[in-house]
Write a protein that binds this ligand. Structure first.
Ligand code: C5P
Length: 227
């Protein structure tokens, strides 16, 4: 666990990384609320960028086109809503298809570089909780606390299934499981900022934890680091 940068003059950051559907977004948002910190859902930035590419007819393989687009788009977060060029896209970017498209463009190093400062700009007082794949490794390597939040693939597929059914979407558990495993494999195997458990990240396996327990664990680690 990294708790060594508390004396940094920059606002504190809790970086929570982990695989798809691990619940890291829910945990991160609740930790942020508890501490009164800002919250960055970095996956939403990749999802919104992929959506913008789709709208603009830029191919997901066109790295230069993607970079140009990433620089031009206007992105704004308001609670759970995400505005892309002034239009609410919260629902469209949360589909499985949008996740797959995000994961494809996220493998492009130049696109990642183009989105880097946009993510760092969320670091404001009193602090930030951010979640993604490379929060602790690339975006905030000096984070106050780094957490690798995961759960078994089966448990993650079940959670995603429940979420989709509750929202009134059709869902197939075995397809979801396959999709999650494909996305994890792509995120972990890529050269640019792969998903990995860092040596200085605390492991939080939530397979048999409730959301409240996972939140409490992160808060405890953070507060212990402040002592
Ligand atoms: O976290 P979420 O599932 O919303 O992220 C969608 C995709 O965006 C991931 O599968 C991953 O490929 C990419 N991503 C990333 N780096 C981040 C956040 C998300 O590469 N920091």
């Amino acid at each position: 666990m990294s708790a060594g940068n508390i004396e940094s003059s920059l606002p504190p950051v809790i970086a929570i990384d982990g695989p798809s559907a691990s619940g890291k977004g829910t945990v991160a948002a609740l930790v942020a609320r508890e501490l009164g910190f800002h919250y960055l859902d970095s996956g939403a930035i990749y999802r919104a960028a992929a959506h913008a590419a789709h709208q603009a007819g830029v191919a997901l393989e066109d790295e230069a086109g993607l970079v140009g687009l990433a620089r031009r788009i206007e992105l704004r977060f308001d609670g759970v809503e995400v505005y892309l060029n002034g239009v609410a896209v919260g629902d469209v970017i949360r589909t499985e298809e949008a996740g797959r498209a995000a994961s494809r463009i996220a493998a492009r190093p130049a696109l990642r570089a183009a989105l880097l400062e946009r993510q760092r700009a969320f670091r404001h007082l009193p602090g930030l909780v951010s979640d993604g794949r490379d929060m602790g490794s690339v975006v905030f390597p000096d984070a106050t606390l780094k957490v690798y939040l995961t759960a078994s693939a089966e448990e993650r597929a079940k959670r995603r299934y429940k979420q989709l059914i509750e929202k009134g979407f059709d869902a197939n558990l075995s397809e979801l499981l396959q999709d999650l495993m494909d996305r994890d494999a792509r995120d972990a195997a890529r050269v640019a900022a792969p998903l990995q458990q860092l040596a200085d990240a605390a492991l939080l396996d939530t397979t048999s934890l409730t959301i409240a327990q996972a939140v409490a664990r992160v808060l405890r680690w953070y507060r212990e680091g402040m002592d």
